[in-house]
Ligand binder design. Structure first.
Ligand SMILES: *[C@@H]1O[C@H](CO)[C@@H](O)[C@H](O)[C@H]1NC(C)=O
Ligand SMILES: *[C@@H]1O[C@H](CO)[C@@H](O)[C@H](O)[C@H]1NC(C)=O
Length: 349
């Protein structure tokens, strides 16, 4: 019935536009590290954490109800989520920060397995979570952060705040100060997440179209697209919200066509939280960063000659209700000058 050569040439003709449509996608898939097996692992982990927290009947609300009745004095904890692809240069400084507060915090480390990060020992021992490769200009940093959040939710139901830090971050205050500010605050009776959420930034459109002109639609129209630092401190409710999300992740996991405008981790979290619960967020971060004279998307890096008590005091200053609690980014050789002023300056308050 069919003329075979004609059918073949028709198929051949048909395949040309297909190559143009799918060719670039197939090529770009190679640059995406979110492989299907990784994605399957993640979904299983996020589902476990979600089910667990439903079973526990709601972190924040549940715990608050107990303390109002005054039956117990539950020890809420801060989960410190270290996201790194090198050794933890400031481990001794953090060790001193945590010292004496064993029941008020937990540590979780996601270290890129290809960089063979060594455990610094002490409080960091045994705190490495199953990790996957992370890379700049890819959604892998979003996945790593979500893995940390899910693991911390599952690990301890008393984890109530989740602070993401990197190997370049340092504390600017004592643990006691940070803990009191987060939990005993009179500023806001309802605990909120400290996450920067900005709109109207100059680069925003380029970042929005980095995956293609209308790829983000309809889930993320441009006027809902936000930017902010990936170093944030979330409440348990918001941590749960982030690991439950499928809708926005489907868009943000797509590879960028324009690598120069590709910082998915700076957009995914602020966009998601500003859509779902803007009033539950302070819209600013507790982690100070210096963007003056930034190069290639990296902020100013502090070197040993810049470390002084004055710098610490200056970095703490903020225009918000809360002083900055953490700062980045510091070169590894800042450890010694920082240790020298740790007790007298950094952990004094
Ligand atoms: C921020 O970085 C610039 C150099 O890029 C430096 O001159 C300035 O002192 C830094 N600001 C603070 C508060 O450290
Ligand atoms: C506070 O706001 C002023 C004015 O916008 C700005 O110049 C200053 O750098 C801000 N200070 C901090 C610590 O962010």
């Amino acid at each position: 019935m069919f003329n075979t050569p004609l059918v073949l040439s028709f198929l051949l003709l048909l395949s040309f536009p297909l190559i143009f449509i799918f060719g670039p996608k197939i090529l770009h898939q190679k640059h995406t590290e979110i492989s299907i097996p990784d994605e399957v692992d993640d979904i299983a982990l996020f589902r476990r954490a979600t089910l667990y927290s439903i079973g526990k009947r709601g972190g924040d609300g549940g715990i608050r109800a107990v303390s109002r009745l005054g039956i117990t004095n539950p020890r809420r904890k801060i989960a410190f989520l270290f996201l790194t692809n090198t050794d933890l240069h400031f481990a001794p400084l953090w060790e001193r920060f945590f010292s004496g507060h064993g029941d008020l915090y937990n540590i979780y480390i996601h270290a890129d397995p290809s960089s063979k990060v060594a455990s610094p020992g002490g409080v960091f021992d045994g705190r490495f979570i199953p990790a996957k490769k992370t890379e700049r200009a890819s959604p892998s940093l979003i996945s790593a952060t979500r893995r940390l959040l899910a693991t911390a939710i599952l690990d301890d139901s008393m984890n109530s705040y989740f602070a993401v830090v990197s190997q370049h971050c340092i504390p600017l205050h004592s643990f006691k100060f940070v803990y009191k500010s987060l939990f005993k605050s009179t500023h806001s009776p309802v605990h909120r997440s400290f996450i920067e959420i900005l709109s109207g930034e100059p680069q925003l459109w380029d970042r929005y179209v980095a995956r293609g002109e209308s790829v983000m639609l309809p889930e993320v129209p441009f006027d809902r697209f936000r930017v902010g630092s990936q170093f944030f401190t979330l409440t348990r409710n918001h941590a749960r919200l982030v690991i439950q999300d499928r809708k926005l992740w489907r868009k943000f996991k797509l590879p960028c066509l324009n690598k120069d405008s590709c910082y998915p981790e700076e957009h995914y979290f602020p966009t998601l939280l500003s859509m779902e619960d803007p009033d539950g967020c302070t819209h600013y971060t507790l982690t100070r960063v210096n963007w003056t004279g930034s190069v290639d998307g990296h902020p100013h890096t502090y070197y040993p000659n810049e470390i002084s008590p004055e710098l610490i005091h200056e970095l703490r200053e903020s225009n918000n209700t809360y002083s900055h609690m953490f700062a980045r980014k510091f070169s590894p050789d800042c450890l010694k000058p920082l240790m020298d002023i740790a007790d007298k300056v950094i952990f004094r308050k």
